[in-house]
Design a protein around this ligand. Structure first.
Ligand SMILES: NC(=O)c1ccc[n+]([C@@H]2O[C@H](COP(=O)([O-])OP(=O)(O)OC[C@H]3O[C@@H](n4cnc5c(N)ncnc54)[C@H](O)[C@@H]3O)[C@@H](O)[C@H]2O)c1
Ligand SMILES: O=c1ccn([C@@H]2O[C@H](COP(=O)(O)OP(=O)(O)O[C@H]3OC[C@@H](O)[C@H](O)[C@H]3O)[C@@H](O)[C@H]2O)c(=O)[nH]1
Length: 390
């Protein structure tokens, strides 16, 4: 813990607080817990059904200086009477819990809607009734598709930022038809955002809504068959990592033409810490958190990851590094896609002075170094065991 007095953006000393973090055992939660433990004096009540990704912070044998500042509570917020008590014990609640992998949106739409809307309702209610501040994790997917995607393919307006840059207070939310169940997630997230906003307007709830734009880095999702189900389909970073580790071609859904901006998890966590410690600047706001400078098509992402993996693993590139696959084959019926995601950074810049720092090349190098170090041996073993039994 830092010994120098820590001050907020307005020069006021930061008082230690207790944070009830729901979904603390996930990708973002694990990085946020790490940051809070190593750089701040705050306490964390960490709630999740799993704790594998934060085990290193919890194990008493590591004799961490923070061992009395983090407490894990294994619970499912769908049905646990301890939830309200834990929210009451804290000054701030951060809700990260959600089903948030696209492979689930069209194949498990009910679970997706329940997880992202119904299960979040009691959290909002308890915060509002007990006058507790809430930071809720939404998504960039609430913007859906860009206005530009509906223009004719050859329209010069498609190049005009007014038709694609996503602004918190201006851009519309454009989803596909109901049978495109991909949008079940975005729609549930949009409704919970509207509910939180209404709680703020009608009942004075102090809230901040975060819209992450493809945060990536170590510990994201799982490698199928190693630390997750063999048939599971994680988000793209883990899918491509899995292909690289197994020396299989990367699968480009519908040719990999969709565009994304990727931000390094460590940069994004800095933004969340600023929100936590500057409530007067963050309350009542919705923040895009992404890196507009790191835009690529999914095909380009695959090419970059292939190149970086050759460097960090020392293994040669495959003759056919990528293959195209249809979205129907990869995700099943009802899949649809966001075409392009460029976050407008005006609001977060003005309120919190935050800017992302890490280039896509740098973040891929550190992330793939981690993937190789963590998984290469286990994947090799799994492959040789499978070939011995076949
Ligand atoms: N990673 C990103 O780029 C990204 C992008 C947009 C939005 N988000 C949002 O940020 C949040 C966190 O995302 P993540 O990438 O860390 O995902 P994650 O899946 O790694 O983490 C979510 C965690 O919530 C837990 N959880 C889910 N349901 C629960 C329940 N009923 N009770 C208790 N715990 C439960 C899970 O076990 C998991 O550990 C989600 O709300 C997600 O929608 C993330
Ligand atoms: O193996 C793969 C996996 C994914 N993809 C493509 O890669 C792109 C990115 O896919 P991801 O799995 O990372 O998920 P998306 O960016 O579509 O959505 C994510 O964004 C915001 C969050 O709310 C969620 O974490 C998730 O919905 C999509 O176009 C997808 O079709 C591939 O081409 N091949």
């Amino acid at each position: 813990m830092a010994s120098v007095a820590r001050v907020d953006l307005d020069g006021n000393p930061i008082k230690p607080i207790t944070i009830c973090m729901i979904g603390a055992g996930g990708f973002i939660g694990s990085h946020l817990c790490e940051k809070l433990m190593s750089e701040t004096p705050h306490k964390v009540l960490a709630l999740d059904v799993y704790n594998d990704k934060i085990k290193h912070l919890l194990e008493p044998e590591n004799a961490h200086p923070w061992s009395d500042r983090i407490q894990f509570h294994r619970l499912n917020i769908k049905q646990d009477s301890r939830l309200e008590g834990l929210i009451k014990m804290a000054d701030l609640t951060i809700n990260l819990a959600a089903i948030c992998t696209p492979a689930d949106y069209n194949t498990r739409p009910l679970d997706t809607i329940y997880s992202n809307f119904i299960d979040a309702l009691p959290v909002v209610k308890y915060c509002s009734e007990n006058n507790k501040r809430l930071i809720h994790f939404s998504t960039c997917e609430v913007y859906g598709k860009t206005i530009g995607s509906y223009l004719p393919k050859d329209s010069p307006l498609r190049q005009d930022p007014a038709y694609y840059v996503l602004k918190e207070d201006e851009s519309p939310c454009i989803f596909g038809s109901i049978e495109k169940q991909r949008w079940s997630y975005a729609c549930a997230k949009q409704l919970i955002e509207r509910l939180i906003y209404a709680e703020g307007a009608e009942n004075g709830l102090e809230f901040t809504i975060v819209r992450p734009f493809n945060w990536i880095g170590p510990r994201m999702d799982f490698i199928p068959g190693i630390d997750g189900p063999s048939e599971g389909v994680p988000r793209v970073l883990a899918c491509f990592s899995n292909n690289l580790l197994r020396r299989e071609p990367l699968k480009l859904v519908d040719g990999g033409q969709s565009q994304r901006t990727f931000v390094y998890i460590r940069d994004a966590i800095e933004a969340v810490l600023l929100m936590i410690e500057n409530p007067a600047r963050a309350n009542g706001h919705i923040f895009n958190v992404g890196n507009p400078n790191n835009e690529v098509t999914v095909r380009q992402l695959g090419e970059m990851m292939t190149e970086v993996y050759v460097k960090v693993s020392g293994e040669p590139k495959l003759e056919t590094p990528t293959i195209d696959v249809s979205s129907q084959e990869f995700y099943g019926v009802g899949y649809d896609d966001s075409d392009k995601r460029i976050p407008d950074m005006t609001i977060i810049n003005k309120q919190l002075g935050w800017n992302p720092k890490t280039s896509l090349w740098d973040l891929l190098e550190s992330t793939l170094t981690y993937q190789h170090r963590t998984y290469a041996e286990a994947v090799k073993k799994a492959i040789s065991q499978a070939s011995a039994t076949s």
